[in-house]
Design a protein around this ligand. Structure first.
Ligand code: DGY
Length: 280
C-alpha cells in the first residue's frame, strides 16, 4: 500500500482488492486497470467518486473460458481425473464393463446461468453435442441470438429442474452471491452436474460440499472458490468434484492479450483518452 502513495496509475489483478482503504492510500491515483474481465474486486462507485478511471479486459477471454468450461464439464461427466489417478496408481488391471462409469453429454440438457458473451460461447459449443440448451438471465437475449443457438429462455427454477449440466456464467454481485445454495441444489436433478468457471461466491460452497457428499447432485467441476485460494472444508475429499485453480483464461494467447489490453487501458486513461475498455 505504501508504494501507492505517489502513483497515478495501478495495474492490478483480480486478487487485489481496490477499496476505500487502497484509494485512501493512493491519493494521486487517476486510473485503475485490471488484468481481468471481472471487476468485482474493485469498488467502482468509490473510484468514480474520486474520478479514478477503471478499465478491464472485455471479450478477450471469452473463447478460452468457454473452452475450459467444456473441459471441466467433460472431465466431470466422463471422470477423466479419476481415470488418470487410476492409471498412475497402478490400479488398471484390464478392461471392465463397469469400470469408472460416467454420464453421457451428447443429447443432454445444458442450463446456462448468465447468457452474456461467455454463456453464449459455452452454449454454442453445446450445439456440437446436440444438446438442448436452456438459459436464465435477468434479461432475455436478442431473439436472433436465441435462435442461432437454439436456446430457450426459462426461469431459474425451470433451469435447475431440467438441466443435466448447470453452468454458471453470471457476474458476481449482491444479487448473484449464493445464487446456488442448498435450496437450489434441492431443485436440481440427482443426476445433474454443476460447473462454475465464473466466480466462487455465486455458489454456497459449504452447501455444495453437502450436496456432493450426500449425492444430492452427481458431481461438480469448479475453477473458482468461495474463499479462493482456499476451499470449503471437505471439498478436496469429494471424488465427484473436479477442481481446477482458476485456469479458465490461462492460455498463452489469451493471457498475452490480457496483458496488452490491461496495459493499453491504463496508458489511455493516464493520457486522458477514453479507453474502449472503460468500465467507469
Ligand atoms: C477474469 O478475467 O475475470 C477471469 O476470472 C480470469 O480468468
Amino acid at each position: 500500500m505504501k508504494s501507492l502513495k505517489d502513483k497515478d496509475g495501478l495495474l492490478c489483478l483480480l486478487t487485489d482488492k481496490v477499496d476505500h482503504e487502497l484509494l485512501d492510500a493512493a491519493p494521486k491515483l487517476k486510473a485503475v486497470s485490471t488484468f481481468s474481465v471481472g471487476f468485482d474486486h474493485i469498488d467502482v462507485p468509490a473510484c468514480t467518486a474520486r474520478s479514478v478511471a477503471v478499465t478491464n479486459t472485455p471479450g478477450v477471454l471469452t473463447e478460452s473460458t468457454a473452452d475450459f468450461t467444456w473441459a471441466l464439464l467433460m472431465a466431470a461427466a466422463r471422470r477423466v481425473v479419476e481415470g488418470d489417478a487410476y492409471m498412475r496408481g497402478g490400479k488398471y488391471k484390464g478392461w471392465d464393463p463397469l469400470m469408472i462409469l460416467g454420464t453421457d453429454v451428447a443429447g443432454k440438457t445444458l442450463g446456462v446461468v448468465g447468457f452474456g458473451r461467455i454463456g453464449q460461447a459455452v452454449a454454442k459449443r453445446a450445439t456440437g453435442f446436440s444438446m438442448k440448451i436452456l438459459y436464465y438471465d435477468t434479461r432475455r437475449a436478442d431473439p436472433a441470438h436465441e435462435a442461432a443457438l437454439g436456446a430457450k429462455f426459462v426461469s431459474m427454477d425451470e433451469l435447475l429442474a431440467e438441466s443435466d449440466y448447470v453452468s454458471l456464467h453470471t457476474v458476481l454481485d449482491a444479487s448473484t452471491r449464493h445464487l446456488i445454495d442448498a435450496k437450489a441444489f434441492a431443485k436440481m436433478k440427482r443426476s445433474a452436474y454443476l460447473i462454475n468457471a465464473a466466480r466462487g461466491p455465486i455458489v454456497d460452497e459449504k452447501a455444495l460440499v453437502k450436496a456432493l457428499k450426500t449425492n444430492r447432485i452427481r458431481g461438480a467441476a469448479l475453477d473458482v472458490y468461495e474463499w479462493e485460494p482456499k476451499m470449503a472444508p471437505g471439498l478436496a475429499s469429494c471424488r465427484n468434484a473436479v477442481l481446477a485453480p482458476h485456469l479458465a483464461s490461462a492460455t498463452l494467447e489469451t493471457r498475452t492479450k490480457m496483458g496488452q489490453m490491461s496495459a493499453q487501458g491504463l496508458i489511455d486513461s493516464l493520457a486522458g483518452r477514453r479507453s474502449p475498455y472503460r468500465v467507469a
